[in-house]
Design a protein around this ligand. Structure first.
Ligand SMILES: C[S@@+](CC[C@H](N)C(=O)[O-])C[C@H]1O[C@@H](n2cnc3c(N)ncnc32)[C@H](O)[C@@H]1O
Length: 217
């Protein structure tokens, strides 16, 4: 477990995280096994990691970020006192992980296989070419029957499910043509070819979803 440091409490950086953490928590409670080792991809501010470990007992959460920003994540998590976490829950030292380094994903600092991979609002930020790498990496790291949970906005068969998502997609592409709201059906088809199977598609507030995929046994 990370030691509590003599530093100020973490600054909460993402208002989106504050809005979506409770609805996501409810889905994690439904799907995660007791005593789960979870790897989070693109942990950002660390708010999800902290909140879920404060709310769910027996969770071992491995946050991660791209090498260029992992120090910011580490400084957020190091300020969280272990005593504030739920019984038996632990926040591991964050690791560097860029999903496009497909052959060199580091293992979590504990355990070779994880029970679940979680990632929020990353699919539309990373290029579309990174999605098969994310899925393949998940299939390598998940134990058989383990879960991949992807939170965010998604299209269906090239059609946006809400005008707000279409506007968000246009905004992302204007910032960087490599970003954009991804297609759930395309992602699920890619996942099937990589050893994962779609298990659920959970509607979330503000036209977001959680796609749940399971590693084949
Ligand atoms: C919009 S932020 C979401 C952060 C956090 N998960 C949240 O929900 O607030 C997108 C995140 O994706 C991460 N990301 C982008 N490309 C990535 C890649 N190739 N590998 C891992 N993470 C990546 C970014 O570093 C960033 O933290």
């Amino acid at each position: 477990m990370m030691a509590a440091a003599q530093t100020p409490p973490p600054v909460l950086l993402s208002s989106a995280c504050e809005r979506n953490k409770e609805p996501i928590l409810a889905v994690l409670r439904d799907w995660l096994p007791n005593k789960a080792l979870v790897l989070e991809i693109g942990s950002g501010s660390g708010q999800h990691a902290i909140f879920f470990c404060q709310q769910i007992a027996g969770l071992c959460w491995q946050a991660s970020e791209r090498p260029e920003v992992v120090a910011d994540l580490r400084s957020q998590l190091v300020a969280v006192p272990g005593a504030s976490l739920a019984p038996g829950s632990r926040l591991l030292e964050p690791i560097e992980l860029d999903v496009t380094c497909c052959d060199h994903w580091p293992r979590p600092s504990e355990g070779n296989r994880v029970d679940a991979l979680f990632s929020a609002n990353t699919c539309h930020i990373m290029p579309a070419s990174a999605l098969p790498q994310l899925l393949a990496g998940a299939a390598r790291l998940l134990r058989p029957g383990g879960l991949l949970l992807l939170y965010g906005p998604f299209q269906d068969g090239g059609v946006h499910t809400a005008t707000s998502n279409a506007a968000f997609d246009a905004h992302l592409r204007s910032l960087d043509p490599a970003m954009g709201v991804r297609d759930a059906k395309e992602l699920q088809e890619q996942a099937c070819s990589l050893g994962l199977e779609p298990l659920a598609d959970v509607a979330m507030p503000a036209n977001n979803r959680i796609l749940v995929l399971g590693r084949r046994r």
